[in-house]
Write a protein that binds this ligand. Sequence first.
Ligand code: CO
Length: 216
Amino acid sequence: MRTLNHLFNNNHQWAARILDRDPRFFEKLSRQQAPRYVWIGCSDSRVPANDIVGLLPGELFVHRNVANLVIHTDLNCLAVLQYAVEVLRVEHVIVCGHYGCGGVRAALLNKRLGLIDNWLRHVQDVMHRHAALLEGLSDEEQRLDTLCELNVIEQVVNVAQTTVVQSAWDRGQDLEMHGWIYRVSDGLLHDLEVCAKSEAELQEHYRRACARYCLR
Ligand code: CO
């Protein structure tokens, strides 16, 4: 017996709404996908990738995990990235974090939640790298928001250091990195100004981003 019938009802209504606008939408989409962007975001249910940037099915290639991490040994994330860059030939890689991230908060407060603590060690690595800066912030929410931002910036660097992106840049493929953060409380995205189309540009923008935090 099928349960969760309301979700199937929602699905029928959703498909009908799309067909209202474009009767051949799904037929066209079934032949190919040609997204220009890959999105690496948090699994948080409040941060739905396509909705935030107003993109339809077929327009955004998505990978999500807790705290939007790009880990050099994570075959899942690397496979998504490799397929997106080399097969789909996306032009932009977007790492998007969000303020108030539960994963980042757990890492910051060194909470014991179980298996996931091991995954969140990577956020703690970011925290330790920027310990002096974070310790200088007296307000806990400000510390959390700043760590959420720093985590995105470090993950952009991680993406750029993968063999996938390094090889693409070596080949002269147009591929741009982006680091964004989303505010759940107002639905708006903010650019963390670490866009880069090359290794040199990334290093320059990373240096500038870190300097901005020191000035705060
Ligand atoms: Co999150």
